[in-house]
Design a protein around this ligand. Structure first.
Ligand SMILES: [Zn+2]
Ligand SMILES: [Zn+2]
Length: 87
């Protein structure tokens, strides 16, 4: 009878599963804060005028967000999610 609650992620739009104070997956929040993989690797228009590099084509927004976390960890060698609220 009760309709199943739906909590779409603010970034990727995929189901969160349960309400979350941040309104997005941890990886998606991280992606919103740090920018795309291209941005982290200085291949985006912030660093190269006219550059169109952004999230990798063929990835969902969530997959691209996960890729951002991996690149960030590689760059900084530190756990990036520790600063974010647990979902
Ligand atoms: Zn998400
Ligand atoms: Zn950028």
């Amino acid at each position: 009878m009760a309709e199943r609650s739906h909590y779409p992620c603010a970034w990727c739009g995929e189901e969160l599963g349960e309400p979350c104070a941040s309104g997005a997956h941890d990886v998606c929040l991280f992606r919103m804060v740090v920018g795309s993989v291209a941005h982290l690797e200085h291949r985006c228009s912030c660093y190269l005028p006219g550059a169109t590099e952004t999230d990798a084509p063929g990835l969902t927004k969530r997959e691209a967000a996960e890729a951002t976390v991996i690149v960030w960890q590689r760059l900084l060698d530190s756990p990036p999610l520790s600063a974010l609220d647990e979902c």
